[in-house]
Design a protein around this ligand. Sequence first.
Ligand code: RP5
Length: 169
Amino acid sequence: MSYFVAVMMGSDSDWSIMKETCLILKQLGIEYEVKVLSAHRTPVETLEYIKDAESRGCQVFIAGAGLAAHLPGVIASHTLKPVLGVPLEAGPLKGLDALYAIVQMPAGIPVGTLAIGKAGAKNAAWLSASILSLQDKPLADRLRDSRESQRKAVLAKEGTLSQVMATME
Ligand code: RP5
């Protein structure tokens, strides 16, 4: 099955964080495309893109946004595909505004909301991989390998730290 993930963001100023999503999608071999579109500034083009992306095989939408952060919710209102929202720090409220806006969707129109900033951007990619791996066995295998790499990396660090601790007076 040919599919892709749409990585959307409300402004090019979101890219420095949302590129973290793309790096992990790339690492996992997941096709994706990036689109800067705003729920507020380009409402018509946003809707057009959602419909176009769906017709071309988009299976998951990821949307990063700051401030009032309506983009993920608007996408969710126009598609049945899973929508993952990443709250971004873009003003004096440091992303809490975006977190509240994205997480507080009315019942029936869900957005899977990740953490504010870089960790959330990364986990949007990992969570989309989990969703896609339900139908994509090779991807599920790659995901399992990544978990194993993480496990080994932590144990290696633990071993190194134990050696350092042993030399402490
Ligand atoms: C939101 O407004 C964007 O997602 C961005 O985080 C924030 C600020 O946008 P710019 O004024 O930097 O374009 O829609």
